[in-house]
Ligand binder design. Structure first.
Ligand code: HEC
Ligand code: HEC
Ligand code: HEC
Length: 190
């Protein structure tokens, strides 16, 4: 399912990117709805013919009270911080696996953002869900500015795009990454 969303999102996103690369242009605000939540029987994971499927809650019901972002997608960072879910640190309760799930509070400010506000990359919110080796060294060299990250490469599914728009929040909500305005960033149009 995620691939379908990514494919569908990539073309208009490239257009949005092209728009914001032009010298200051008043562009219409993006007003895109999140795709609807897929019922369990249609998600390609659960067997719709097994009777016990009726004993499981559909995402629409189970996630009804979870905080949403402006597109209507579940905001998992808030859902976790408000204590609405308590994810396990490991599937089997393996002590070694639980030990490597440690949070680290280290923000990285990324300033190569043209006229968009700068990007604040928070280690804390990531290490609540992931362990260091999920990113280091395969996706990112653990050193400031050591990675040639760009929006085009993210949209192609590299760097942040390995997860965002797939298993983490979408690339449409620019402001969740581009959260630090600077003197040259225009008023919010995205
Ligand atoms: C998942 C986080 C994330 C989201 C969401 C995101 N960006 Fe980015 N963006 C980045 C990062 C990281 C960079 C590179 C910053 C650096 O290297 O200093 C970047 C760079 C850029 C740049 C600089 C030029 C370039 O090609 O790198 C522009 C323009 C940009 N983004 C526009 C957008 C727009 C418009 C949106 C929403 C439609 C968006 N971004 C959503 C993370 C994100
Ligand atoms: C979601 C991906 C992700 C995870 C998980 C992650 N990091 Fe990082 N880390 C990054 C990114 C992105 C950078 C910045 C790279 C850049 O600026 O080019 C970075 C930078 C670093 C740096 C360099 C800081 C500096 O000042 O130069 C260190 C050290 C680091 N990470 C250690 C860790 C450790 C330890 C963990 C686990 C507790 C961890 N990282 C988990 C993505 C991640
Ligand atoms: C290995 C997967 C992975 C990679 C790579 C990754 N992220 Fe994330 N990111 C997540 C997950 C998972 C969350 C928390 C759950 C969610 O929000 O969907 C998250 C959350 C965030 C948040 C917190 C948002 C908030 O509302 O507090 C920001 C900001 C963010 N990511 C930016 C980035 C940027 C910028 C990059 C690239 C430099 C990046 N991420 C790379 C998986 C990833």
């Amino acid at each position: 399912m995620s691939d379908r969303i990514t494919g569908r999102a990539a073309a208009p996103l490239l257009l949005a990117l092209a728009l914001c690369l032009l010298p200051v242009q008043p562009a219409p605000a993006l007003d895109l709805q999140a795709p609807p939540m897929t019922p369990l029987a249609e998600d390609g994971i659960h067997d719709p013919d097994v009777e016990s499927i009726n004993s499981l809650q559909d995402p629409k019901v189970s996630m009804k009270d979870f905080p949403k972002d402006r597109r209507g997608e579940v905001n998992w960072v808030k859902t976790l911080s408000q204590g609405l879910i308590q994810p396990r640190k490991s599937v089997k309760g393996d002590p070694w696996e639980e030990e490597i799930m440690r949070t680290m509070d280290l923000d990285i400010l990324m300033t190569n953002t043209a006229e968009m506000p700068h990007v604040l990359f928070p280690h804390f919110q990531h290490t609540e869900w992931l362990t260091c080796s999920n990113c280091h060294f395969e996706i990112f060299i653990p050193q400031r500015r050591a990675n040639p990250i760009s929006m085009t490469r993210i949209l192609k599914g590299e760097f942040c795009g390995r997860c965002h728009d797939k298993v983490a929040f979408s690339l449409w909500t620019c402001e969740r990454c581009h959260s630090v305005p600077h003197p040259k960033s225009p008023p919010k149009w995205w």
